[in-house]
Each structure stands twice: as C-alpha cells, then as structure tokens.
Design a protein around this ligand. Structure first.
Ligand code: SF4
Length: 208
C-alpha cells in the first residue's frame, strides 16, 4: 500500500471506527435478500420492509411459496420492485436446486446465483461469511474516484483498483469506511470538502 493510500485508510478508520453494515439480518439468506432490495433504496427503508417480510418468509423455501405478485406487494416501497421480486425468487430457486437450500459461502458460487450481481455477491461474501471482498456501490465508486485511491469509469474497474491498492485484509473494512464517508461527508451533489479531514489527501479537492 502506498503512503498516501495508507494515510487515507487510517484517516477513515479514525473517523468511522464502528463502521458496519446498516442492513438488519439474521442469516446469509436474509442478508442476500436485503442487499438485493437495497439497490437504489435506503437501508432504513429496506429494514422496515424486511422486518415485515421475514416474519413469514426468511428462507429460500418459504420465499418460494410466494408468487411474483405477492412478493411485489411486500417490497413495493423499495422501488424497482418487479425486477427485485424476480431476482429474489430466481436466486431462491437456485439456492434450493443447486445448493441444497443453503446460501453458498464461496464468492464464485455466489456469483452464479440467478439474480445476484457482482456487488451483491461481494457484500454477502464479506459480511455474512467474513470473506475478503470489496463491493462497489454508488458511495464506494464516487469516494474512491474523488480521493484518487482507485479511479475508473465502471464499478468493476474501481473494484479492481481498490483490490490492487489495498491489502486484502483491509478490503472489507475499507468498503464500509467508504460508504460511511460517502453518506456523511462526501455527498454526491455537495461534498462537505471544507469540513473533510481527508481534504489534504484528496485528489478532487486538490485539483479544484
Ligand atoms: S475533500 Fe471533498 S471530495 Fe475529497 S473526500 Fe473529502 S468531501 Fe470528498
């Protein structure tokens, strides 16, 4: 890790020592469904929806008893509910048919699940199974580019850059730090650069 990246990582660790996922879950399957629902939606909203949904449907088997329409009614308020319902149902079927009803614990197998994209697989692998992975969501993408620790025009490119720039043992923590910084300081529209303790190290700030 180069000195500047190390300073940024240490700065983020100081700011967010308790960084952890905001989604509520009690099993890898619950996390998987919550992550699918969280695309373009706040974690607070997802937690409200899953609190109700998981009272009866918190396993691939019970979820698969729902029709697409029935599931849509539960998750409507998360947005993109048609696609999300289809993805949840297809992933649930795959988990039952290919993995005996258990969410697979390897990144390669998670990525084979229907309806599960790379970002979702990475989050589940890192958070539910303690694996080393960096999921690049909108916050991670923006903050990494601005700070200059990993630049790229696509999430995959930024993920590759972060994996190359950071030691593997830091990947999962860095993912949470960058999300926190994006939510609290480095906002999409108006980043609070003057209050940001990382501004001396930030490419975007220093080029402005
Ligand atoms: S200085 Fe500004 S752009 Fe850079 S990380 Fe901080 S808030 Fe984001």
């Amino acid at each position: 890790m180069d000195t500047k990246t190390e300073k940024i990582l240490n700065g983020l660790a100081e700011l967010y020592p308790d960084a952890q996922p905001a989604l509520k879950f009690k099993s890898p399957y619950e996390l998987l469904v919550a992550v699918i629902l969280s695309a373009q939606c706040t974690d607070e909203r997802v937690n409200k929806v899953t609190e109700e949904l998981y009272k009866k449907y918190n396993t691939p088997e019970t979820m698969s008893t729902l029709t697409q329409n029935e599931l849509e009614k539960y998750i409507f308020s998360c947005g993109f509910y048609r696609n999300k319902a289809a993805h949840i149902l297809s992933a649930s079927r795959d988990i039952i048919e290919k993995f005996g009803g258990e969410v697979p614990a390897s990144l390669e197998e998670l990525r084979t699940l229907a309806g599960v994209g790379r970002k979702t697989a990475n989050v589940v692998y890192a958070v539910a199974f303690g694996g080393d992975a960096i999921a690049v969501d909108t916050h991670v993408f923006r903050v990494s580019n601005r700070l200059g620790i990993a630049e790229g025009k696509t999430p995959d490119k930024v993920e590759d850059g972060l994996c190359a720039a950071l030691p593997q043992s830091e990947w999962s923590k860095a993912h949470h730090y960058l999300i926190y910084h994006g939510r609290r300081v480095c906002h999409s529209q108006r980043p609070a650069c003057e209050e940001c303790t990382l501004k001396e190290l930030c490419k975007y700030y220093n080029e402005k």
